[in-house]
Design a binder for this molecule. Sequence first.
Ligand code: MG
Length: 411
Amino acid sequence: MHYGNLRDPNAEYTMRDLSSETMGLTADRGERRDVEITDVQTVIVDGNYPWTLVRVYTDAGPVGNGEAYWGGALPEIIERLTPFVVGENPLDIDRLYEHMVQKMSGEGSIAGKDIAAISGIELALHDVAGKILDVPAYQLLGGKYRDSVRTYCDCHTEDEADPEACADEAERVVEELGYDALKFDLDVPSGHEKDRANRHLRRPEIEHKAEIVRQVTERVGDRADAAFDCHWAFASGSAKRLARELEQYDVWWLEDPVPPENHDVQREVTQSTGTPIAAGENVYRTHGQRRLITEEGVDIVAPDCPKVGGMRETAKIATLADMFYLPVAMHNVSSPIGTMASAHVGAAIPNALAVEYHSYELGWWEDLVEEDDLIVDGYMDVPEEPGLGLTLDLDAVEAHLAEGQELFDAA
Ligand code: MG
């Protein structure tokens, strides 16, 4: 039975055409649900981050590809999770997610590596469920708001503390690579530090950071939006002074100016300034993001899909954020698998601002999959193929395995 024409919004159907009897849907649906997970396997690829690729195998044939952020102990944790999903139905994504969280609760599965590991399986379940049901993963999340998702390019320079070098690189990334959205690090040494451990910013340090922001934003002008990342580096008062200093420039957002643990400080910093503040990559699940959103601790929510709990969890966070009229900019340092998972979420949520792309210097990011041109002029078209719409190039995966890793078995 073919469903393909049901995805054509311009096709016209009569009631008779759509009846389940005519389409044979009833019998087909039963067959499609009769499927079990048979195995879960992982490999770590040595990218510009360690990318933990996750495969979910089923007795129906299709294999799901996912990714968890990032390497370390993730394969061991995923191995411990595997018995909890083998024999289960891969179409019951939400139930399996809750099941895995519950099974790992004694180990502290409210955050951290446990949730990242669960995220990797959750992404692979979306891929395999899409393949079994013959729908793109975004369809499992409720359908599309947009065909193409904006990405922003995380930029680096050899001398990251040189404002002019940053502006030159911004110019290059906009003109040569075609991006209209960028991010630079702002927790870079200025040469004026006396003690970085106290998180205090001295006046010349603030002026140096403001100069990076001034040169980058003025150089790209209307051609691109520019965000700046502080990686949780500064004290409360210093973060406020920096954010206020940057109000005169056209900053897309200032990211993680203070450490992530104390929500009250995060909120105070955000509410003290007109500079948009983003945070969220270092808190987990909807529960972890809740106060950031409901107490207006951020202007922009920044969950990491292969880390925060997966695609549905990211969509749930986006739904909560949308109730507070907050946009979502997905943090991402993943291979094409995790990045495309974020793009499917970005297609399916109303309040998607952008997805990060963090591998422009690597040279072989896209080689890991058979598809080409995943990002064109800074935008990702979301595939209409089933699942995530990507095919792992296993030769390329093997060529870039991290030390000690072996390629997936053909389970
Ligand atoms: Mg960041």
